[in-house]
Design a protein. Structure first.
Length: 135
């Protein structure tokens, strides 16, 4: 049986990178409504990255992930992970607040697709009276 927790660290990191990449491409970096069709479209793109990939020579974890996708449980786990990625996006209101703080203090806004990281940046700006947004 394969699940996300049973694959190697390298495979998990790679999978996370492509889940994030394709989620941003299809749903953006802020929280918005999504459907099962959206999750399926992202899953299809993620699977296509690994299944039949020619990158086997340098990245054994591509084979590991391709084999894991043969298991329905693993595919379900990846779909759930995609939903977690989507639900972990910051709300438009919080992003707008962050952008207004950046504008107020002259910072170059960063694209942040993670609620926790956005809140850390907002808190850093507020707690340092606008001296930095670096966390």
């Amino acid at each position: 049986m394969h699940s996300i927790v049973t694959i190697s660290d390298s495979a998990r990191k790679s999978l996370g990178v492509f889940i994030d990449k394709y989620t941003r491409e299809l749903k953006g970096h802020v929280l918005n409504d999504y459907t099962t069709a959206d999750v399926s479209a992202i899953l299809k793109k993620v699977k296509s990255k690994y299944i039949g990939s020619k990158k086997y020579d340098s990245k054994d974890f591509y084979i590991e992930i391709e084999n894991a996708f043969q298991n329905e449980g693993f595919t379900k786990d990846v779909a759930e992970e995609i939903e977690r990625f989507i639900n972990n996006r910051p709300t438009p209101d919080r992003e707008n607040y962050y952008l207004s703080l950046c504008n107020q203090y002259g910072f170059i806004p960063k694209e942040i697709a993670n609620k926790e990281k956005l809140e850390l940046r907002i808190n850093k700006i507020v707690n340092t009276n606008g001296r930095t947004q670096d966390v």
